[in-house]
Design a protein around this ligand. Structure first.
Ligand SMILES: *Cc1c(COP(=O)(O)O)cnc(C)c1O
Length: 424
């Protein structure tokens, strides 16, 4: 599918008059429309709720927009809990899916009345000692081995640090019930960025069967099943996007096959999608500063891996549009690089693009999840602003750019930088 930015060159030229490049530009309309579609896809399940995975895009303005569309928050750290609470998202609208969890984070989550999703058998005792056990608790399952789907997608739960083994799950829920826990949830995350309508239905079938067994063997009250995240987006234009309505129907099919006949037709479904909720609805906007001709042709731009690390970290593909040259032939091969002293700081390698000139604006697609949030400050590069492109066509800053003062703030306990001249 052809990838088009959600703004035109003219709109973008307008925005850069108020906000200097580079910046992340989020598409409010896209985020809202997608969230509504997710809700619609699972509307057959009365208890359905999406808990947005905050780590994907931890911006309070975006959390509020998603909350207005009915989403809660999936948190896994103190910062994410605090951010959710500050947005008025608390209580059972918060899922706390943490791992290797520090005491104070459990305490905070319990104070907020969040649903605790236990990652490990030993955390039963840990949580009981720290805070006491809640009435409702979720346990994360790890089936081990290799997770293979009929269409070839696979991942390696056996190598992942998360969750309970099957035996631990039965034993753990038995103990939790004995200790007075009244309601149970079941969770698993088996594969990441799945561009396939079959992932959720296949995962659901595994969890539904397991849920039926747990109820039969332990007599627990299973109130929800949490399909977690992992629903992917087509970073590459040649990939076929997921259709969330088809996914919702696929999950309904296995629900009616497995849960309903077992007398579990009341079980609520939860999801914790991150990437699917915001990934496609943000472009990293950057201006071309340099062209360099050595053994290869380089384009130097004013963004760098500090703003979007996925290409540097995973060699991930992010599509690039040269604004205003959408219809020009892609007959030039470039490496598009940032300014870090790190050779993997490249947004694209050997990419065929239209002829680029200094001053061109580049729109780096699909930067809206695990984008800004994964950024870092290597080379002392401050991270840039986040801007919201609103439904009425206006632009609003939703996070200012970091300054050098922010970067040096952790030296505020000493005098060395007191008199230093620090540019804004
Ligand atoms: C990261 C994460 C998610 C979201 O994953 P996506 O791939 O962005 O959908 C959901 N749940 C948990 C526990 C996670 O760690």
């Amino acid at each position: 599918m052809e990838k088009k930015p959600f703004v035109t060159k003219e709109q973008l030229e307008h925005i850069v008059q108020d906000f200097p490049t580079p910046f992340h530009l989020y598409d409010e309309r896209g985020i809202r429309e997608n969230a509504r579609k997710v809700k619609q896809a699972f509307s057959w399940n009365p208890g359905f709720k999406e808990y947005f995975a905050v780590k994907a895009t931890p911006n309070p303005f975006l959390l509020k927009i998603l909350h207005e569309e009915g989403c809660g928050c999936d948190c896994s750290s103190m910062a994410e809990l605090v951010l959710s609470e500050a947005c008025g998202i608390t209580g059972t609208e918060v899922m706390f899916s943490s791992n290797m969890t520090p005491e104070e984070e459990y305490r905070k989550a319990m104070e907020m009345g969040a649903i605790i999703n236990l990652d490990d058998f030993t955390h039963i005792e840990f949580l009981e000692k720290t805070c006491g056990l809640p009435e409702t608790i979720c346990c994360r399952f790890n089936p081990g081995g290799v997770f293979r789907m009929s269409n070839g997608i696979m991942d390696n739960p056996g190598d992942s640090k998360y969750g309970f083994t099957r035996e631990q799950l039965f034993e753990g829920m038995r103990i939790l019930k004995e200790k007075g826990v009244k309601h149970f949830g079941l969770h698993a995350f088996l594969a990441s960025n799945t561009v396939s309508n079959e992932y959720y239905p296949e995962l659901a079938a595994i969890l539904f069967r397991l849920g039926v067994e747990l109820v039969k063997e332990l007599g627990i009250d299973l109130t929800f099943i949490n399909l977690s995240g992992g629903v992917g987006i087509p970073y590459h234009p040649e990939e076929e996007p997921n259709d969330i309505l088809v996914i919702g129907e696929g999950v309904r099919r296995v629900y009616e096959e497995i849960l309903t006949p077992a007398g579990l037709g009341h079980v609520a479904l939860y999801t914790e999608m991150g990437r699917f909720m915001t990934g496609p609805y943000d472009g990293l906007v950057t201006r071309v500063l340099h062209q360099k001709h050595i053994y290869k042709e380089y384009i130097g731009c004013d963004a760098c891996a500090a703003d979007l690390m996925r290409p540097a970290m995973y060699g991930a593909y992010h599509h690039i549009t040269v604004m205003g040259k959408e219809n020009a032939p892609c007959d030039h091969m470039y490496d598009v690089a940032g300014s870090l002293c790190e050779n993997n700081d490249k947004f694209a390698v050997d990419r065929m693009l239209p002829e680029i000139e200094i001053g061109d604006l580049l729109f780096i697609h699909d930067a809206g999840a695990h984008g800004y949030s994964m950024g870092y400050n290597y080379n002392g590069k401050p991270r840039h602003a986040e801007i919201l492109f609103r439904e009425d066509g206006s632009a609003k800053m939703i996070r200012r750019a970091e300054t050098l003062k922010d970067l040096f703030a952790t030296f505020d306990f000493c005098d060395i930088l007191k008199g230093a001249e620090i540019p804004e």
